[in-house]
Write a protein that binds this ligand. Structure first.
Ligand code: GDP
Ligand code: MG
Length: 597
């Protein structure tokens, strides 16, 4: 039957173990694209999108593979590779029956490998291990196989040994997919039940839903209904990607493809939602639907000379394609009109900041990222606070709570001391320590999210020479002694610098921020006191001395081109300045405040 010739699979791997390279090789091996076309089509599809005004997002690609004269349809479903997107990963996995687990033959199993494997196991996927990079002199495939068996707990004896880079043994991967990934099941005649595992916005077609049809069938002209909202739309196209969109008459149970229905906004096309038919709905939605909830917030403001409206337009455009991005207007005394934006995590935040800069060419200032604190007031009212400026008076606060994450950190033995010290310093609580083998172990810590978002990942990397890897998920809100730390420039509180910190950190962070600001704020014609305070108590202070002479006097008599360069540099610097009260502050000041040393 039809379904016996379909395989739906994904590739999971720790970052840099070769997932993208293997995907490219499989695409090439099945003859979908030649090497050159592939370069043109696959690489950098964001750039491509802009240049040609079309959308190619290789979230699900149909490959056709011939095995012993039989044609198989292999649907390769891509999964986001970062801890910020765990929920999205789980929905992509839900669309598959099997997962290729790529493990680097020289690195072995790492934290993200495990995190993804656990998700795949939760979804009951068949996991097929593949050992990659066997071309490397440092490859130790036999050891890594044993590691997979010991740590992941799946059989690995039969794992193909491949080099995705050199295309060595990659057809063994295709064979294994056909052989070991179970065929899809589901009744084609039942009411429609389709899982949205991703969506994107196309300026012509509206929101495009990537779907896995679990039961039933869907075709052009059908009236569909989103189970979470009850909203109805008329289908204008169904099809699959190979790698560009290929319309078909109908998608049926077991298929992976896309549906368009003039849906104006990806918010009506949420990952995890179930699509059914309006006139013959299924009895209940697929389990596990969750609205993406932002965990990290920051303010985004126009830099000097940039328009508020431009930022709003850009955020609206980005949101069309990113249902997890939230924003609302807010005002800051120091920065004027801007937006408070919510993100799934730090990486998500960085992606959006970069896109505002690169794709929209905007000059923005971002305030310190923060988490959502739960504040219980003495009158019993409970507030969720994202912006330190909205914190009630200390006297009105009964207690505060902060989000804590469950973190798994995988490291080589020799760094265990360093990392425990780091976690200790970040107010971590050790839950468990587990040896994987004689070289590596997993530390399981409860860590305040607030501490994780301040450079934790960079600190971990530097304390483990790049070998440490991290995976975390939200656990719970916990009571905590938190305080609002204000920064004053020339005696004025600059609200954009305000932070909520743990009382044990207030003093050191206050000191550090004053230090940093003293370094990055240029001298003015007058002396500028830089202070950190809690309530009305100043806990740290620095002074930026008054400027004595023009900068140019430094190169007296000197050569003219050097002077010109200096002037240009000054001008360049000017562009990125922000007037805060009487003080001009460079944009980098806002970033420098966020960094631990
Ligand atoms: P991903 O992060 O898992 O998608 O990893 P990539 O596919 O981007 O690969 C990460 C790096 O490893 C790239 O520099 C690849 O060229 C390299 N790489 C991938 N496969 C192999 C392989 O089989 N052998 C070697 N030597 N390098 C590889
Ligand atoms: Mg990749």
């Amino acid at each position: 039957n039809r379904q016996s010739k379909i395989r739906n699979f994904c590739i999971i791997a720790h970052i840099d173990h070769g997932k993208s390279t293997l995907a490219d090789r499989l695409i090439e091996k099945t003859g979908l694209l030649t090497k050159r076309e592939m370069k043109e089509q696959i690489l950098d599809n964001m750039d491509l999108e802009r240049e040609r005004g079309i959308t190619i997002k290789l979230q699900a690609t149909r490959l056709v593979y011939n095995k012993n004269g039989e044609e198989y349809i292999l649907n390769l479903i891509d999964t986001p590779g970062h801890v910020d997107f765990t929920y999205e990963v789980s929905r992509s996995l839900e669309a598959c029956e099997g997962a290729i687990l790529v493990v680097d033959a020289s690195q072995g199993v790492e934290a993200q490998t495990l995190a993804n494997v656990y998700l795949a196991v939760d979804q009951d996927l068949e996991i097929i291990p593949v050992i990659n990079k066997i071309d490397l002199p440092s490859a130790r495939p036999d050891e890594v196989k044993r590691e997979i068996e010991d740590v992941v707990g799946i059989e690995a004896g039969y794992a193909p040994l491949i080099s995705a880079k050199e295309g060595l043994n990659t057809e063994q991967v295709l064979d294994a997919i056909v052989e070991y990934v179970p065929k899809p099941e589901g009744d084609e005649n039942a009411p429609l039940k389709a899982l949205i595992f991703d969506s994107f916005y196309d300026s012509y077609k509206g929101a495009v839903a990537y779907v896995r049809i679990k039961e039933g069938a869907v075709k052009d002209g059908d009236e569909i209904m989103m189970m979470s909202s009850g909203k109805k739309f008329e289908v204008n196209e169904v099809g699959y990607f190979s790698p560009g969109p290929r319309p078909v008459d109908e998608l049926k149970a077991g298929d992976v493809g896309y549906i368009t229905a003039s849906i104006k906004d990806v918010k009506n096309c949420r990952v995890g939602d179930t699509i059914t038919k309006a006139d013959n709905p299924c009895d209940k939605a697929l389990p596990g639907y969750k609205k993406a909830t932002p965990m990290v917030y920051c303010g985004i403001y126009p830099a000097e000379g940039e328009k508020f409206e431009n930022i709003r337009d850009a955020l609206e455009k980005l949101q069309l394609n990113d249902a997890a991005l939230e924003f609302e207007p807010e005002t800051s005394v120091a920065l004027g009109f801007g937006f408070r934006c919510g993100f799934l995590g730090l990486l998500h935040m960085e992606i959006i900041q970069q896109r505002l800069d690169r794709e929209f060419d905007l000059d923005i200032i971002t305030t310190s990222p923060g988490v959502i604190y739960k504040v219980t007031k003495t009158n019993g009212e409970v507030l969720m606070i994202q912006n330190p400026s909205n914190l009630p008076e200390q006297s009105e606060i009964e207690y505060m709570e902060e989000p804590v994450v469950d973190a798994r950190i995988m490291i080589p033995n020799e760094y265990v001391g360093n990392v425990m010290e780091l976690c200790q310093e970040r107010r971590g609580n050790m839950i468990n320590m587990e040896y994987i083998d004689d070289r590596r172990l997993i530390l399981n810590y409860e860590l305040p999210l607030n501490e994780v978002i301040y450079d934790f990942f960079d600190a971990l990397k530097s304390k483990t020479r790049g070998y440490g890897s991290l995976d975390y998920e939200f656990k719970e809100y916990v009571k905590s002694k938190l305080e609002k730390l204000d920064i004053l420039l020339n005696k004025e509180v600059i609200d954009a610098f305000s932070l909520i910190v743990h009382e044990s950190k207030a003093y050191s962070r206050g000191r550090m921020i004053c230090d940093r600001l003293k370094e990055v704020i240029p001298r003015h014609m007058f002396a500028i006191p830089v202070q950190a305070s809690i309530g009305n108590k100043v806990i740290a202070r620095e002074t930026i001395k008054a400027l004595r002479k023009d900068v140019l006097s430094k190169c007296y008599g000197g050569d003219i081109s050097r002077k010109r360069k200096l002037l240009e540099k000054q001008k360049e610097g000017k562009k990125k300045m922000r007037q805060l009260g009487s003080v001009e502050v460079p944009q980098e000041a806002f970033l420098s405040v966020l960094k631990y040393d």
